[in-house]
Design a protein around this ligand. Structure first.
Ligand SMILES: N[C@H](CCC[C@H](N)C(=O)O)C(=O)O
Length: 286
């Protein structure tokens, strides 16, 4: 019977099972199956997926993220804040500012401490990628997709696509509470024009400083929050002249708020909470 220690953490309700690979060992070939198992709320622990906190030769720590369907993502904003919290509180890093390696590159995390506890984390998520070839998606790879007509399920929508190291497509709606998250979301997620699938975001513009946001995540479905998605939504809103470049936007997600700024320097800063839910030992079923 294989078992391993885990910590369940969440960022605005986007919750994952975290395993510290500085101390535990998991078989590489079994990682997708382990992610599916621990995510299962009936026979596992219940989560949006699995996140591994790994040694790195490029940064203080490396994050790998697996969605609840077992697919490996290339970035995870809420996950990065929780990894930063874990790394500081378990003394994997000794600074309050440090780099984290992801499959889509290095990011810079900065934690805010209160009595040795990490409450808020700011992550510089790097520059958004806007070309179709970088999303990736079909079409002219040197072009961007900003407010472009695309047909899904027999209807024409105007969409914008942004990669934060993982792919996002943003739909603007008049009322976030009427957004077709569970009907249109799964159709778009698997649309063949997105070669690697896509995370699907619905955004209602409240003002030039506020957005309402809901998400159907690639590989996990509806989640309470998506950090990379919220960053993509802010970039998209600047590109569509709904919000201002270089100014902070409050993104209201189902699980709470993120403060996000697409800086004039070009990178996207995301600030939000990270919380520990529980710790334990998981017994893998064969
Ligand atoms: N479903 C995403 C990974 C998790 C991203 C999200 N939970 C976040 O906080 O950024 C993908 O496959 O690209």
């Amino acid at each position: 019977m294989t078992s391993f220690k885990f910590t369940k953490m969440h960022g605005l309700g986007n919750n994952y099972i975290y395993v510290n690979l500085f101390e535990e060992q998991l078989e590489e070939a079994k990682l997708p199956e382990i992610a599916k198992q621990v995510a299962n709320v009936y026979t596992g622990i219940g989560s949006d997926g699995l996140i591994l906190i790994c040694p790195s030769d490029k940064a203080e720590v490396k994050m790998r993220i697996f969605n609840s369907d077992g697919s490996e993502g290339k970035n995870c904003g809420n996950g990065l804040r929780c990894v930063a919290k874990y790394a500081v509180e378990h003394k994997l890093v000794l600074d309050t500012e440090f780099k984290i390696e992801t499959l889509s590159g290095l990011v810079e995390a900065k934690v805010q401490l209160e009595n040795d506890q990490v409450k808020l984390v700011t992550v510089d998520m790097g520059e958004p990628r806007l070309l179709k070839s970088q999303i990736p998606m079909a079409g002219d790879g040197n072009e961007k997709t900003i407010n472009e007509k695309m047909e899904f399920d027999g209807q024409i929508y105007e969409v914008t696509t942004v990669s934060m190291g993982n792919p996002h497509v943003i739909f603007y709606v008049d009322d976030i509470n009427q957004a077709p998250v569970t009907t249109l979301g799964p159709i778009v997620e698997k649309d063949e024009r997105f070669q690697e699938g896509v995370n699907v975001e619905f955004v209602q513009v409240v003002s030039e400083k506020e957005l309402h946001f809901r998400v159907w995540e690639r590989g996990s479905g509806v989640t309470q929050a998506c950090g990379t998605g919220a960053c993509a939504a802010v970039v998209s809103s600047v590109l569509n002249n709904y919000t201002n470049h270089g100014e902070e936007t409050t993104v209201h997600l189902a699980g709470g708020d993120l403060q996000i700024k697409w800086t004039k320097a070009g990178t996207v800063l995301m600030t939000g909470p990270a919380e520990v839910i529980c710790e334990g030992t998981y017994y893998l079923s064969e």
